[in-house]
Design a binder for this molecule. Structure first.
Ligand code: ZN
Length: 327
């Protein structure tokens, strides 16, 4: 691939630095009701976001630039969109890169936003990557940077990256894929996405230990693993090993869409561990239609082998003839 002159890539590169939006204007000023709804949805009770001196949660940055379901038509605000982004997308579509997936977002906060602030924004196509091949397919990463201002002041930047790609060719006909079969070989089970925030959890699973993070400042347990404590904000933590006892707190039965490597219908449980935290996992050892809220379950580790080698996952086995709660 590196020996092939990438003409499309060269054309795409000419879009770097071009404006994607100019002089956009937020649909609503920064306001208390939107802040309140956001905090309720996020479960964020930080006192900085209420009262006469309230500021907006920094992570709301993009919310003040969005048009909402009704878009920007017929009300205040304007997108400021130029044609450059659409042109770039058209070029990629024509080249067969018809699929798109958002890959990541970075935000930087420079000044707090307060109710009544009127937000304006500009966006630029910051970079277009070289042609990349990922498991999804081959395409280009496009990074857009939005600068958000109040008056002359830059209050924050929002970088948004997408992969626009040609889907990788799938082997087998549609029916075989739907049934999770590929030339007689069962489709691979999805692998966990391991990163530096959760690596310790998956290392524990390899050792057949389910480790729960514990804040060493306030002692609050948390799962899934996070870099900081939701209760006190503390960055330091250690772990405790789960006893393995739990109950089904809630569950869903998956019928559709069928995923290769799974045989629907099957139950996905939200398990409340004896320690109080909850984990999403499979409930095994019981038919899917016998899973119910309050069912007592016990942790075990299941090994799955396929062409990609062994995979160990925590699952929860129903404890026969026993039920939690007042039963
Ligand atoms: Zn804490």
């Amino acid at each position: 691939m590196s020996t092939v002159v990438d003409e499309l890539g060269a054309r795409l590169k000419t879009y770097e630095g071009r404006a994607a939006a100019v002089a956009g204007k937020g649909k609503d000023p920064v306001n208390e009701p939107m802040i309140r709804h956001w905090c309720e949805a996020m479960g964020d009770t930080n006192p900085a976001y209420v009262g006469p001196d309230a500021v907006a949660p920094p992570t709301m940055l993009q919310a003040w630039t969005m048009g909402g379901l009704s878009g920007y038509t017929g009300r205040t605000g304007r997108t400021g969109r130029t044609g450059a982004y659409d042109e770039l997308f058209d070029l990629l579509d024509e080249a067969g890169c018809t699929s798109v997936v958002a890959t990541d977002c970075e935000q930087e906060y420079l000044r707090p936003l307060r109710p009544a602030d009127e937000v304006t924004f500009d966006a630029v196509i910051e970079s277009v990557s070289d042609r990349k091949t990922t498991k999804l397919g081959t395409g280009y990463f496009v990074t857009t940077r939005m600068d958000v201002r109040v008056g002359p002041y830059l209050v924050g930047t929002h970088r948004f990256r997408i992969l626009k790609y040609a889907p990788a060719h799938k082997k087998g006909n549609g029916k075989e894929r739907r049934e999770g079969k590929r030339e007689g070989v069962r489709a691979r089970r999805p692998r966990p996405v391991v990163n530096r925030d959760n690596a310790g959890f998956w290392e524990g699973v390899q050792r057949h230990q389910l480790l729960i993070q514990r804040c060493t400042d306030c002692g609050t347990l948390r799962h899934p693993w996070l870099p900081g404590c939701n209760a006190c904000g503390g960055p330091d933590w250690d772990t405790i090993e789960a006893s393995g006892e739990g109950t089904v707190y809630s569950y869903v039965v998956m019928h559709h869409p069928p995923f290769p490597a799974f045989d629907p219908p099957y139950a996905v449980g939200l398990i409340e561990l004896a320690e109080g935290v909850r984990i999403v996992s499979n409930v095994v050892g019981v038919p899917y239609d016998k899973v119910r809220i309050g069912l007592l379950v016990r942790l075990e580790f299941q090994r799955y082998d396929d062409e990609d080698g062994p995979l160990v996952l925590p699952v929860f086995r129903a404890q026969e003839d026993r039920e939690g709660g007042a039963g």
